[in-house]
Design a binder for this molecule. Structure first.
Ligand code: F6R
Ligand code: ZN
Length: 190
């Protein structure tokens, strides 16, 4: 194997910073409008504070062929959109055989998981959590604490991402800050 095919980089496990990546992108408040529990709160916040970044992703891309893996780090900033804690859009993998691993590096929150049959689960995602997500489960992460929530992810390059279903119906439940406590309630849009 050609030495250039290896990737060996430094990863700051305290702050969740990777030294090298091939793609960085961020998702701003306005891009969560269709995913939010209350889209009016998104509009209100943009008027008040402008369109700020909710989370950023640092990814090491690989060719989209069987056997390859894509991996990187996601950082969700703390905060609420109305009562709803900051969250990632969430998605299904197009290839239902493609699972994923998340490892919590910093901060704390919840992972929401659901399948197409309507089964729904939550798992705590915090520093030291290791979560394996079987390919059929849509997954979203919610930052319920007052610091950055950072996690490492790794998934097969051929997974593919389907956001449409989540954009339309969301997850079965949403996580709201009610009287200062993370509270899981039914999503009326689901
Ligand atoms: C890839 C994966 C993560 C997320 C990232 C942003 O399969 O699960 O890399 O893509 O945390 O979340 P989304 O893609 O849901 O906006
Ligand atoms: Zn995924």
């Amino acid at each position: 194997m050609n030495k250039n095919e290896f990737i060996s980089i430094k990863f700051d496990l305290v702050n969740g910073l990777i030294q090298w990546y091939t793609r960085k992108y961020h998702i701003k408040l306005s891009e969560l409008r269709d995913y939010a529990y209350d889209s009016n709160e998104v509009d209100k916040l943009i008027m008040e504070k402008g369109d700020y970044v909710i989370y950023e992703v640092y990814e090491i891309e690989r060719p989209v062929v069987e056997g390859e893996m894509i991996f990187g780090v996601t950082r969700i900033f703390p905060g609420v959109i109305g009562q709803e804690y900051n969250f990632t859009r969430g998605h299904y993998h197009v290839n239902k055989m493609a699972g994923e691993i998340y490892v919590g590096i910093k901060g704390c929150g919840l992972m929401l998981l659901q399948d197409l049959q309507g089964n729904f689960f939550t798992e705590v995602l915090e520093r030291g959590s290791l979560i394996y997500i079987p390919g059929k489960y849509a997954h979203r992460v919610v930052n319920t604490c007052d610091e950055d929530l950072v996690f490492l992810f790794a998934y097969p390059a051929i997974a593919g991402h389907d956001y449409e279903l989540i954009k339309k119906c969301g997850f079965k439940k949403v996580v709201l800050n009610i009287e200062g406590k993370p509270t899981i309630i039914d999503n009326p849009k689901y």
